[in-house]
Design a protein around this ligand. Sequence first.
Ligand code: TRP
Ligand code: SF4
Length: 368
Amino acid sequence: MSTILDPWGHFAIEEYEKLFKQFGIEPIDKVLNKLPKLHRFFKRRIIFGHRDFDKWLDAMKKGEKATILTGFMPSGHVHLGHYAVLEELRYYQEIGIDITMVIADAEAYAVRRLPREKILEYAREYITYALAIGLDPGKTKIYFQTNYKPIYYRLIQMFSRKVTLAEMEAIYGKLEPSKIMAALTQAADILHPQLKEFGGYEWVLVPVGADQDPHLRLSRDIADRFKNELGLKRPASTYHKFIRGLDGNKMSSSKPEYAIFLSDPLDVVRSKVMKALTGGRATAEEQRKLGGEPDKCTVYDMYMYYLAPDDKDLHKIYTECINGEILCGMCKRRAFERLKEILNVIKEKYVKISESGIVDEVVDFPSF
Ligand code: TRP
Ligand code: SF4
């Protein structure tokens, strides 16, 4: 059966294997030896797949003009799922790559149907956290979809001429005008860094969640069709798995009780963690006998993403769990203690950055 990935859906992507077979996403494994530095997200296969990442890495090594672009839809508060992408961006910045971040405020308005004031408020929160997490404001270009240079909008108009509705619906499923606009706008986001007005980067890498792959397929098709007219090349991409929410489904701001927001007060975080779905057994006795199931556990997810950056430590937690040497209550308390440390640092930086006024210095906010 063929499936359509819905980039605007709220669904968790269960079968990552399917993405390889059905959509031609490549497993990340063979590319890893080309990376100058191996972030744990690669080692742990949180970043699990790619398109043309190998070509992008080779070009970068040869000193050709390579860049990274990714985007955020400001449709809710920033949670642990977004944190992963921000950490990924910081990693690329540390190895010396220019970064562009697009704030998808047009998309949030059209597709999520949020009021404008809310969108701008969330956008400010995102940008502030991005800087709090350590993105260098001097080296990160951040723009809003509604407030950019005129040529960017010309791209959207030009792209509309060389795709058909049937082609787009084969990628996205049934479309309406708002989604067509959002998709073409995202193609402009992905492809515009190649224009000389925006830096003339020949190689653009787009690190995203797997749900965004439809936009990459569209952008790659469009690049082929504008090869002569605009000199466009296909963008490369990497795909990450989302951290699950505390109920085991995709973490999303539309289900706040199961998401951990960076802005949650610590006592709220504690009670959320204590209620999280685990891979524990019904009774302590059973757990001691059979061991837990970390692969099913949302608390283990948090260790894997953030709370146990050291591989040996993560392995120890895994072993303790499967051997029934630790019970979930203890394990959750330890998780909370570790999370608290991370959140405290970010919260403190968040306040500093908010008060410094730097966000308005580096980002051109739309006036309405
Ligand atoms: N659609 C993305 C989301 O839902 C946001 C986005 C807009 C984006 N333009 C982009 C992501 C370009 C990557 C590249 O979060
Ligand atoms: Fe999850 Fe920890 Fe319980 Fe294992 S012991 S199932 S890792 S909470």
